[in-house]
Ligand binder design. Structure first.
Ligand SMILES: *Cc1c(COP(=O)(O)O)cnc(C)c1O
Length: 495
């Protein structure tokens, strides 16, 4: 028994090892790698006292069967260490009857750290196992948070270069400053004149461009990905949902086997897919609440069964969710169609050619597990204010989208199942909007000055990772048109 292998959602690549899936990031046929099966995590009641690292080991190990127990343990302990500002790693905070799962205690203040602190260890360890002498080039598109988290994770690691593409006008001032002040000899940050989808599509194209890949290979490089298309991002994200559930069990908030709802502010569908995978592994889940901002493709999809990307992207105050093509939905469809790769390949081709696809009725019925909702800008701002007024607790704009959608869900369904809300970023990354919501006077104040002002207003210290960020030297200033992305990458790699 070889354990879990990986298959492409589009059917051509099958039985690839976890190491190969990690390094390649995306399959040659353009599909995404999915585990060949899921095993059950049972006896949850015996796991309540595990710390985050031990739980992570139990959940993650079988997905990476090529690694030894010692290797995985070492990686986990190096990932979830004092880079996080709390030993709990992912604290669960109960406010006004809902459970906020705080995923932003890592080095860059967003949930991307939960997986990106671990990914470099898996990737570099895997590369060593493969006796691969090629240098890895991590090519990453970001809607704001992945970029910084990946840069921090891979900076100054030998044998890697990291190139991050971000939409020049599509991230918050603080997110942008975090990236363009990035240190490290092997880091490259590029602003593109376009949106996240442009960056993600360009990268997917490059990954599957055989000629280009041969060219870079002959120069001693191979591409890999730090986006949630990489299984090394997705699998580590399952740990914290189990962790949250176990905290609730431990504190007596729920009984064993009691189902919970999970509400997730969603962009590329990675974080909520991880919650779905947890359910497949035995986590008792009632509903998965998929929360979108005004870019509400997923809301429409869950309602109608039609995924239609023919619309303009709207820049919102929750920029990390400003996405129209949610890549990981492909993995959900694959799973729900019981691995019907031909169907998936056809639908993805329709999306590419016609701009939309329609799922068969049999699939639509299975989507009942999900509730899709969205929050407009005004509702998101009032959600921040409402939570603060009720509980003195401040959430960021993305978390507020999830809260707002959850409140609508509650209104509509009267389903009082206990609900976990994935809190995906620190409010200090989005000071402008959060201060607007809380009506903290801003006049001519910059986003950076607002960090201080927000801290004073809510009586919390400013988070260390962004302290004095406005005085750090700017080290990256490349701006490129979306058609020039390939050229810029060639220049960086000297091709
Ligand atoms: C990336 C991100 C999201 C969306 O997560 P997906 O996995 O892409 O759905 C939500 N909130 C924040 C703060 C993020 O950085």
């Amino acid at each position: 028994m070889k354990g879990i292998m990986y298959n492409s959602t589009r059917g051509k690549d099958i039985n690839v090892s976890s190491v190969e899936a990690l390094i390649k990031g995306i399959a040659d046929d353009g599909g995404l790698y999915v585990p060949s099966y899921f095993y059950n995590i049972d006896n949850l009641d015996e796991m309540m006292n595990l710390d985050y690292q031990s739980l992570a080991y139990k959940i993650i190990k079988d997905f990476f069967p090529e690694f030894s127990k010692e290797e995985i343990t070492k990686y986990i302990n190096s990932a979830y260490d004092n880079k996080f500002d709390t030993p709990n790693i992912a604290p669960l905070i109960k406010k006004d009857g809902v459970y906020f799962l705080e995923l932003f205690h890592g080095p860059t203040l967003a949930f991307k750290d939960m997986a990106l602190t671990l990914l470099p260890h898996l990737l570099m360890g895997g590369n060593k196992k493969n006796n691969n002498s090629a240098e890895i080039v991590i090519l990453t598109a970001t809607s704001g948070d992945t970029g910084k988290a990946a840069l921090e994770a891979f900076k100054n690691i030998e044998g890697v270069k990291i190139i991050v593409l971000y939409p020049s006008k599509g991230v918050s001032e603080i997110q942008k400053r975090q990236m363009i002040t990035q240190e490290g000899d092997n880091t490259f940050v590029i602003a593109i004149e376009g949106c996240f989808d442009d960056a993600q599509s360009a990268i997917k194209e490059i990954f599957t461009d055989r000629e280009f890949n041969n060219a870079i290979r002959s120069k001693g490089y191979i591409f890999s990905s730090a986006n949630s298309i990489n299984i090394g991002r997705l699998i580590p994200q399952t740990v914290y949902y189990f962790y949250a559930y176990l905290q609730m069990l431990k504190t007596g908030e729920i009984n064993i086997d009691e189902k919970v709802n999970i509400a997730v502010p969603t962009g590329n569908f990675g974080n909520i897919l991880a919650a779905y995978y947890c359910m497949k592994m035995g986590l008792p889940v009632n509903k998965l609440i998929c929360a979108s901002n005004e870019n509400n493709v997923l809301h429409d999809f869950f309602k109608t069964g039609v995924y239609d990307k023919r619309r303009n992207l709207k820049p919102t105050i929750s920029p990390s969710m400003d996405i129209i093509i949610s890549s990981n939905l492909e993995r959900l469809l694959y799973d729900m169609s019981k691995g019907n790769a031909r169907l998936i390949a056809n639908m993805m081709e329709e999306l590419n050619k016609k701009g939309y696809y329609i799922i068969p009725d049999s699939l639509k019925d299975r989507m009942e597990l999900f509730y899709g909702g969205y929050s407009d800008e005004a509702s998101t701002l009032s959600a921040i204010e409402e939570i603060y007024n009720k509980t003195n607790y401040v959430v960021d704009t993305h978390t507020a989208v999830a809260y707002s959608v959850y409140m609508n869900y509650l209104d509509e369904t009267k389903d009082h199942t206990k609900t976990i809300i994935a809190s995906t970023a620190s409010p200090f990354k989005f000071t402008k909007s959060v201060c607007d919501a809380l009506k903290i006077n801003r006049n001519e104040t910059t986003d950076f000055q607002l960090i201080e002002l927000l801290a004073n207003a809510i009586g919390e210290p400013t988070p260390v990772p962004i302290r004095n960020i406005e005085t750090k030297p700017i080290l990256h200033n490349t701006l490129c048109k979306k058609d020039d992305i390939k050229n810029v990458i060639e220049n960086i790699l000297g091709i």
